[in-house]
Write a protein that binds this ligand. Structure first.
Ligand code: 0RA
Length: 449
């Protein structure tokens, strides 16, 4: 670089910090960190798509473990940035971003847990090449370990817009694993396609002689995700519940369908990140689910007298996707995969409530199947509880040879209870004289009579 002024020095210090403590920025320098580099670049392209500017993203794994990400967005601006006196693309690729707003106007909706931006990938790459199609021209710039080694060069004309990033991770930083796993990348690419309806993503592995390629594009988004998760299961409601709404700049999308299994499969996401620890969006959803199904059962006289469902009953066999896009997500918890924004709970609950009530009203056959499934879950739960209690009561007494018809003693008052001492067994059982019932506790006899 020609002239080192104050802002250049700041940039150099920033990149130096990343190279000194890479784990602080990408979590680890193992396999996860290596793959994280890819997501950081893909996320930027997804932001361009979520803004409505890009429709297709291509992720290529090239021989030599190079990664190339191509999008058909607007292309990163190349004009000289007034503050730094450098081209905008160079500023973006050499300045650490804290996540948040990307270009000062639009929200950065996607973004890894670390949300650190392309400059970190650049700093941790042996080399990094950006190619931009914009203004009917094509440009490129090359970096080594984060430092620009060329200017932004005009290399020709172009009939389209978009950005192509190619990089080689720094083998001095990533010493543990130096190979990308296609299946890991393919899985996440498919998940990203499910979570961002209408977006097409291609992944190609060109490392071996025979290329491997997958293309994902779901106009149905999360509905197709639920369909995919339930594809080998017996479905309860045929029509998948779909709810989408934006409130105060927060978009919530929900898809759900019951299957004939007994497990709950609720997956929540915030800004495309799988919130394994749940959070406010999931809490709000669950609250509304229990509330609305109970309300439906009551209003339609489906319940027996005094019958009601607990949360677990309404989630048995449920496959659901809850996806929130929030301008300022707060990630909490042990693994930072819990959405903490308090306002999201109420919004998610309200949106789920309205959407589900409407679905039940408009799909009476599916509604009936859903509520019957929940009632069955509730009755099975209560029957299992009774059976469990009976078994627990029986076993200690049975070992003493008492008939299992003895029930728990209701009184702890010794004046109306009797001690039965059983010969040959060191345990002593208190029985209730009046009702001839044993009490729960039994004692180890240690002394002599
Ligand atoms: C800043 C401003 C504009 C676009 C982008 C960044 C941009 C960044 C990335 C990263 C990967 N692909 C990208 N595509 C675009 C908007 C500039 C304008 O107003 O045209």
């Amino acid at each position: 670089m020609s002239n080192y002024d104050a802002s250049n020095i700041q940039i150099l210090e920033g990149l130096e910090a990343v190279r000194k403590r890479p784990g602080m920025y990408i979590g680890s320098t193992g396999s996860r960190g290596l793959h994280h580099l890819v997501w950081e670049i893909v996320d930027n392209a997804i932001d361009e798509a979520l803004g409505g500017y890009a429709t297709h993203i291509k992720l290529e794994l090239l021989p030599g473990e190079l990664i190339r990400v191509t999008d058909d967005g607007r292309g990163i601006p190349v004009d000289v940035h007034p503050k730094t006196g450098r081209p905008a693309v160079e500023t973006i690729l050499t300045t650490l971003h804290s996540g948040g707003k990307f270009d000062g106007q639009s929200y950065k909706v996607s973004g890894g847990l670390h949300g650190v931006g392309a400059s970190v990938v650049n700093a941790l790459s042996e080399w990094y090449l950006v190619e931009i199609h914009r203004n009917n021209k094509s440009y490129q710039q090359r970096y080594e370990r984060g430092f620009p080694v060329t200017g932004v060069e005009e290399i020709g004309t172009s009939d389209h817009t978009g950005t192509v990033v190619t990089f080689k991770f720094d083998h001095k930083v990533f010493t543990e694993t130096q190979v990308y796993d296609y299946e890991t990348l393919r899985n996440r690419v498919q998940e990203l396609a499910f979570l961002n309806k209408g977006l097409g993503i291609t992944i190609v592995d060109l490392r071996k002689e025979e290329p491997v390629e997958n293309y994902y594009h779901y106009d149905g988004g999360v509905v197709e995700y639920v369909k995919f998760l339930n594809k080998n299961k017996g479905r309860v409601n045929q029509e998948i519940v779909y709810i989408e709404k934006e409130v105060d700049g927060i978009t919530i999308e929900i898809a759900m369908q019951y299957n004939d299994s007994y497990t709950s499969n609720i997956n929540s996401f915030a800004n495309n990140i799988h919130t394994h620890e749940g959070g406010m969006h999931e809490d709000g959803f669950k609250l509304a689910l229990t509330r609305v199904i109970n309300k439906y059962g009551n209003e339609n006289n489906i319940f027996k007298k005094d019958e009601s469902l607990i949360g677990d009953d309404t989630r048995e066999g449920l496959t659901a996707i809850i996806s929130v896009k929030h301008p300022d997500p707060q990630f909490e918890g042990q693994t930072k995969t819990k959405l903490g924004n308090p306002e999201v709970r109420q919004i998610a609950s309200q949106i789920t409530g309205e959407g589900l009530e409407r679905y039940l009203l408009e799909n009476p056959n599916d509604a009936k199947l859903i509520i019957e499934k929940c009632i069955l879950a509730s009755r099975a739960r209560q029957a299992a509880k009774k059976a469990r209690e009976a078994t627990r009561r029986k076993s200690p007494l049975d070992t003493l040879g008492f008939a299992s018809k003895l029930a728990d003693c209701r009184s702890k008052d010794p004046s109306i209870s009797e001690i039965y001492i059983v010969e040959g067994d060191s345990r002593v059982v208190l029985l209730n004289k009046v009702e001839n019932r044993s009490i729960k506790r039994f004692y180890h006899f240690v002394g002599k009579f």
